[in-house]
Write a protein that binds this ligand. Structure first.
Ligand SMILES: Cc1cc2nc3c(=O)[nH]c(=O)nc-3n(C[C@H](O)[C@H](O)[C@H](O)COP(=O)(O)O)c2cc1C
Length: 383
């Protein structure tokens, strides 16, 4: 009897790859004979080229200690998303002074002793194949740390929050210097980009909005005066941050806190000034000034603000807000509503979201661990 050889018996036939089943965009693409997907197109800001359009949004993980230093959990958390092929990894808030922390578990950069840990984190993100961005912040009246909390005026964030002490004019200027000092230290960390958090109701946003700023010195009153703190911070930071590295500002383009708040019209005027001062990208968000969010939360609910800012300013923008599907990302990029897509919670759920997208689109990703491509390419027998 002629038995099949072991080799013949166990020979596996390649099955058609799931990635070979094209989605709608791929079908359209093949008909027109050109590449449709925009997610995987590189994007350059100054000397920094991102390998794709997906950014990990800044998200505070509450995993630090009172010393504000990076620990192993931070390195593992950000490193994982970088291994997942994300183009730009943004850190959570990094406080410029101890009372500017949201919680006592925040990272900090108010001391030279905090440089080494952030340098290790930037190095890890680089080794895992992504570019890195460090978000500098001051929590203002939203701080939950013990002791005095500060803001532009003695107006609390909500009835549940403590009343902040209004900063004196000299103290406001000290905040500018603290941002400059932190930016100088950030240079030594080796991060690729620096982001200033001026959104979501934290200190800088509190100065920008007439709902939280009722000062009568040069930092309050007119829109110009309310913008002064941010503009002075950007000037100070840009003066020490390397010329060839990008500076990003995160803005809530609309306060979404009811009558009398800032809208995209005021934010566009501010954006023009930021562009002149050397800001390379605006990360456009909305709300956070109070507990009210005056609007519906649906997928991509903040994209319209990014699109308006981009159109008016002719400056690269990022957008965020419940963006979880590659179809939505493609349509935002296609309609030129934004240049970069900041993704938050989806990347907490699924650090390897982009590998799935690449697999379905039949795209081979440049990955730090090339063997991961075996999970994104056509189905083959593993060994
Ligand atoms: C747990 C958590 C922590 C966050 N921390 C920050 C932060 O440190 N800095 C910041 O600018 N935004 C922060 N955000 C807002 C996110 O960056 C993002 O704008 C928001 O989650 C909406 O995007 P998403 O729907 O994709 O999650 C945080 C959001 C979450 C869920």
């Amino acid at each position: 009897m002629n038995l099949p050889s072991l080799k013949e018996r166990y020979q596996f036939k390649s099955e058609p790859a799931p990635s070979a089943q094209p989605n709608l965009l791929t079908i359209l693409n093949s008909h027109r004979g050109r590449t449709v997907s925009r997610i995987f197109q590189p994007f350059t800001l100054r000397s920094v080229t991102l390998k794709n359009r997906i950014v990990m949004a800044p998200m505070l993980m509450y995993t630090g200690q009172d010393d504000g230093k990076v620990n192993d959990l931070h390195v593992a958390h950000y490193g994982t998303r970088a291994l997942g092929g994300i183009g730009l990894i943004t850190t959570e808030v990094v406080a410029i002074e101890p009372r500017g922390r949201i919680s006592h578990t925040d990272l900090g950069l108010w001391s030279d002793e905090q440089i080494a840990g952030l340098e290790r984190l930037a190095g890890m993100i680089r080794s895992c194949g992504s570019k890195s961005s460090l978000q500098l912040a001051h929590a203002g009246r939203k701080s939950m740390v013990d002791g005095v909390i500060v803001g532009p005026s003695a107006i609390p964030h909500s009835e549940k929050h403590r009343v902040p002490q209004a900063l004196t004019t000299q103290e406001v200027q000290a905040v500018v210097e603290a941002f400059r000092g932190a930016a100088e230290r950030a240079v030594d960390t080796g991060f690729d980009c620096l982001e200033i958090h001026a959104a979501h109701g934290y200190l800088i946003h509190e100065f920008l909005s007439p709902l939280s700023n009722t000062r009568d010195d040069q930092y309050g009153g007119s829109p110009e005066n309310r913008s002064r703190l941010l503009l002075e911070i950007v000037t100070a930071v840009r003066s020490v941050w390397p010329e060839d590295k990008p500076l990003i500002v995160r803005l809530s383009a609309d306060d979404k806190a009811g009558e009398g708040g800032n809208t995209v019209t005021q934010s566009a005027r501010l954006g023009l000034l930021l562009k002149e001062l050397g800001v390379d990208l605006l990360s456009i968000s909305a709300g956070g000034l109070t507990l009210v969010f005056d609007g519906e939360i649906v997928p991509g609910y903040q994209v319209e603000y990014a699109a308006q800012m981009r159109r008016v300013l002719d400056l690269p923008v990022g957008c965020n807000g419940s963006i979880t599907s590659s179809e939505l990302v493609e349509s935002i990029l296609y309609s030129q509503s934004a240049d970069l897509i900041y993704m938050g919670r989806e990347l907490l759920r699924n650090p390897f979201w982009l590998l799935d997208v690449a697999r379905k689109a039949g795209v081979e990703l440049p990955l730090a661990i090339p063997t991961y491509a075996r999970a994104t390419g056509p189905y083959e027998r593993g060994h």
